[in-house]
Design a binder for this molecule. Sequence first.
Ligand code: HDE
Length: 707
Amino acid sequence: MKSKENKKTKQIDQHLVNNADKGMTSNDGVLIHDNNNTLKAGDRGPSLLEDFIYQDKLAHFDRERIPERVVHARGSGAHGIFEATADISSITRAKFLQKGTVTPLFARFSTVAGFKGSTDLARDVRGFSVKFYTEEGNYDLVGNNIPVFFIQDAMQFPDVVHAVKPEPNNEMPQAASAHDTFWDFISLMPESAHMSLWLMSDRAIPRSLRMMEGFGVHTFKFLNDQGKATFVKFHWKPRLGVHSVAWQEAQKISGYDADFHRRDLWEAIEKGDFPQWDLAVQLIPEEDEMKFSFDLLDPTKIIPEELVPLKIIGTMTLNRNPENFFAETEQIAFDPGRLVPGIDFSNDPLLQGRVFSYADTQNYRLGGPNFHELPINRPVNGKFNNQKDGFGRQDILKGNVSYFPNSLAEGCPYHAMLKGEKGFESHSEKIDAKKIRGRSPSFADHFTQARLFFQSQSEYEKEHIINAYSFELSKVKDLNVRKRELAILNQIDPNLAKQVGVNLGIEPPKELDPLTLQFARQNFEKYPIKAPKPEITKSSALSMAINPEEGTIKSRKVAILVADGVNKKSVDLMRNALQKEGAHAVLISTHVGNLKYNDGSEELVQFSYLTEASVCYDACYTPDGDSIAVLSQEPDYFQFINEAFRHCKALAFAKGAEELIDKSLFNNEKKDKGVILESQGNMVKDFIYIMKGHRIWDREKARKVAV
Ligand code: HDE
């Protein structure tokens, strides 16, 4: 598709139903006279079995639910496009990746562990799935926001999922890894050490789905026209940068707005702040497969960007919200096992296992083999084969032929090879091996990259990781589990183990626990091994720390804290400046409805201190005016600014509002660089600059305020 026309949304639109001006009908199109009352034998008599209108309504209602996804049940999605921007024609023949091609897509972001109705702000991995509706069929890149995985072999997937999900006896806790079974499993599985560090980092509590990276995780293969393979890793880089919230904030957001991420994505698209990511690849020539100190096929390893730089090959833009959550976001069926020509699997044993599981789960979840025909799943180039029948079949196959070879239908649908066309072909890789049920010894180094990750973090990020392990392991009741995990942390970084140990009141064991060793030795004859020397010990790409000079406040939400009598000029000064930067100012007052300005004008306000909390905003500003007398008596106002301070956000105060700081819990912190006073410089400019740095994390270190 070269033009900007979106074939997918056009296809979807054919299925839209609009009830406007329509009389209500039964499912068979019969106009309904009364949809409030069942048919009865007299006013006070029993209901009659012949009431087909009632049965039609209730029978459908009784079947409204389908099984939620066994993992990644909670998700939010949107339509968009992908525009290929680089010439990689010598590397892959995939048409949608050829420079200038525009392809419609649907993206779904998810948490892993929680049920469908759980909070968005759980500490968790985020799914990052993209279905490209290409001219050569659907291609699904089903990734995560963390580039490595807990396990190396698909056989253990049900185990890791059972361990993290709510415990089977009491179904607790919901959407949380901070419990015994998860850490029991992790502490027996040293291969999960690397991913557990990412999970304990701020990556696991994103500020927004629009502000997280995505990774294909596995190594895949690109194939060119000649069938030559190149290994490839996929990365999605958000144009808005990679940002998190603070852990305490995450917990509070879960109470104030459990849909925080879903709402943020929805509102951004509605406002025209279309989220964008660049798609980047790391390309590794086939000959270099064995060149690294780690195995490319091991999904617990990254390829540091310093070893293989990223090459940007296109951009994804999400520009349309679904019309209907169930029909689109819920019924979309992702499957990393379906490829288009020019892309192939590697032999990563986790990826190989995924190839089976996804189609299998869709067959169950979506009720049979015709889920490909649901509008959201249909390829835009059509599907033509001899598969037929099954529950919910929609396509109506013409003619009497549904087999191949045939002559009665002139050999159609034909095989590409018979017409000299090129369809999907797998890489003709030579394999000469014995069948074994086991693991490659090259997968046995579990700590070097975990260490690389930890050592690449800034000081505040390390602190957050220490706090996260301390939080999670404190929630574990079994003391042996705590100790066993501490022994793993000690292998990664003694200082990490020591500090977590202080919080748990345990001295970190020097050696891995005998049980951990026993299970690891089931997979690796020699364990632990002497790790190969890593190419690097620090990688700046692994840290989320940012330089405000490179930051943006585009689409951020800033609370303007007002009350009746507020000075309009003082409000507009900030609001206009924020608007120029693409940020959104939101007025919060003591009541919703009309706000009275000092100049007599009025403005409709939709948010009050009763409904809003600072955790749902990126920064706050207090303009001056007669509102100050009101706010100085308003405990919820002080709660708002105290919390904003605690969560390391920028707070600006107009000159006449500065006195409010004296009543706050940070009244000694007027010199804090994130507390910006109009009387002391260029307030608007300084405020925006500080916001570009996302948070003033060093404020946290000093633990200057407790709320
Ligand atoms: Fe999945 N995974 N997974 N997974 N996964 C599912 O498919 C599975 C893995 C990922 O938005 C399920 O439709 C196995 C890695 C995402 O709809 C299921 C293994 C990565 C989503 C399944 C893995 C992922 C899923 C559940 C180990 C990152 C949500 C419902 C071999 C690269 C997709 C469903 C969406 C969903 C199986 C490991 C990402 C059961 C067996 C590694 C983003 O099929």
